[in-house]
Design a protein around this ligand. Structure first.
Ligand code: ATP
Ligand code: MG
Length: 201
C-alpha cells in the first residue's frame, strides 16, 4: 500500500469508528432481548444453541424447551442432558406431526410443553429461554398465538428469549426485538449428502 492509500484507509476507519461509537452510545437500554430466528435455510436452532453457550460462559441461567423432534436424538440434547445439568432442558418428545398423525395427542403434548415454557418465562432467575421450533405450534394452531405473544411480552425485563422455526407470523415478529431470516441458498441434503452428526443433528 502506498502512503496515500494508507492515509485514505486510516481516515475511512476513523470515520467508521466514530459512527460505530456514536451508535453504541445511543443504545443504552439494559434489557433482555427477544430474538426470532426464522426462514428456510439451515442455521436457526444451531444459532440458538450458540447463544446458549455464550450465556453459559457468563454463568447465566438457561432454560431450553424443544417443541418437536422427539424421534431423532441431537448432539445438543445429548450434551445438555448428560453434561450440562445446569441447563433446564425439556423436549416435547412426540416427534414430528407427520410421525404421530394424531392431532389431539399433539395438542395435548404441545399444551403441556407450553406450560413448562410459561413457567420459565415467569421466572426472573432465568437469563435466557430458548423456545426451539415454537413457530410450528402456532402455524398448526396447536397453541394460541396471543397467549404466546403475551407471555413473551410479559417476561422479566432482563430475560432474553429466542424463538426458532420456519414461518413465525407477523404478529409474533412484532413482539420480537431482533428478527433474522436464514435464507436457503443450497443444502447438502439436496445433493444427496446424508444428514451428519455434529452438523445437522
Ligand atoms: P440447524 O438445527 O442445523 O440449525 P435449522 O434449525 O435451521 O437447522 P430446521 O428446520 O429445524 O432447521 O431443520 C433441522 C434439520 O433440517 C437439520 O438437520 C438441517 O440441516 C436440516 N435442514 C435445515 N434447512 C434445510 C433445508 N433448506 N434443506 C434441507 N434440510 C434442511
Ligand atoms: Mg431448528
Amino acid at each position: 500500500m502506498t502512503d496515500k492509500q494508507n492515509a485514505k484507509h486510516k481516515a475511512a476507519m476513523k470515520k467508521q469508528k466514530s459512527n460505530v461509537d456514536a451508535r453504541i452510545e445511543q443504545a443504552d437500554l439494559e434489557k433482555g432481548v427477544a430474538v426470532l430466528l426464522t426462514g428456510n435455510g439451515k442455521g436457526k436452532s444451531s444459532s440458538a444453541f450458540g447463544m446458549v453457550m455464550r450465556a453459559l460462559g457468563y454463568k447465566q441461567k438457561v432454560g431450553v424447551i424443544q417443541f418437536i423432534k422427539g424421534k431423532q436424538l441431537s448432539g445438543e440434547e445429548i450434551y445438555l442432558r448428560d453434561k450440562c445439568a445446569e441447563v433446564d432442558f425439556y423436549q416435547m418428545g412426540t416427534g414430528f406431526t407427520w410421525n404421530t398423525q394424531d392431532r389431539e395427542a399433539d395438542i395435548q403434548a404441545a399444551t403441556q410443553t407450553w406450560e413448562r415454557a410459561e413457567k420459565l418465562l415467569r421466572d426472573d432467575s432465568i437469563d435466557l429461554v430458548v423456545l426451539d421450533e415454537l413457530t410450528y405450534m402456532i402455524s398448526y394452531t396447536y397453541l394460541n398465538e396471543e397467549n404466546i405473544i403475551q407471555a413473551i411480552a410479559d417476561r422479566p425485563y432482563e430475560q432474553s428469549v429466542i424463538v426458532t422455526g420456519r414461518g413465525g407470523g407477523s404478529k409474533l415478529r412484532d413482539v420480537m426485538d431482533t428478527v433474522s431470516e436464514v435464507k436457503d441458498i443450497k443444502h447438502a441434503f439436496k445433493a444427496g449428502i446424508k444428514a451428519r452428526r455434529g452438523v445437522d443433528y
